[in-house]
Design a protein around this ligand. Structure first.
Ligand code: SF4
Length: 160
């Protein structure tokens, strides 16, 4: 029943949010902002064994203007923090951010004057992947959580 019953065979209806979010969540263009050892796990997750292509996120972009998912991977020092902010601001909307590893999430065990105690003090974070370092499986789990979050968003929403 519903409007489909009045349409010719082969035509279906959906919400614009639903169909656009479906495209977005299966085609993340990741910008890896890698500063430290967690980067090795990201490389493992991106290699053939873990097959990140299953999630449509296999194509990293090294220009923030071509990326919609920033991966903050590694320790963020106060010296690098303005660079992180600048790179984030160069990304177009819609954009999302995943903090990967204890250092990016909370500063990790570097509780000292030179390390930012979590990337969320510099930019908004959507998904946190903990671990020192997180295993590739945890990273992929973070990608799935990111997909679930994108699925709930309205295409009209803007972060700023
Ligand atoms: S969380 Fe651990 S493995 Fe990752 S960057 Fe920090 S110290 Fe290195």
């Amino acid at each position: 029943m519903g409007i489909e019953s009045a349409l010719p065979e082969g035509i279906i209806t959906t919400r614009l949010d639903k169909v656009i979010n479906w495209g977005r969540k299966w085609s993340f263009f990741c910008y890896p902002f890698i500063t430290a050892c967690c980067g090795m796990e990201y490389m493992a997750a991106a290699a053939s064994h873990y097959d990140i292509a299953r999630f449509g996120a296999e194509f990293p972009r090294f220009s923030p203007r071509q990326a919609d998912l920033m991966l903050v991977v590694g320790t963020i020092s106060h010296k690098v923090a303005p660079v992180l902010r600048l790179v984030y601001e160069q990304m177009c909307e819609p954009k999302w951010v995943m903090a990967v590893g204890a250092c990016a999430c909370s500063g990790g065990f570097y509780r000292n004057y030179s390390v930012v105690q979590g990337a969320d003090r510099i930019i908004p974070i959507d998904v946190y992947v903990t671990g020192c370092p997180p295993r590739p499986e945890a990273f992929l789990d973070g990608i799935m959580k990111m997909q679930a979050k994108v699925d709930t968003e309205s295409i009209l929403s803007r972060r700023n």
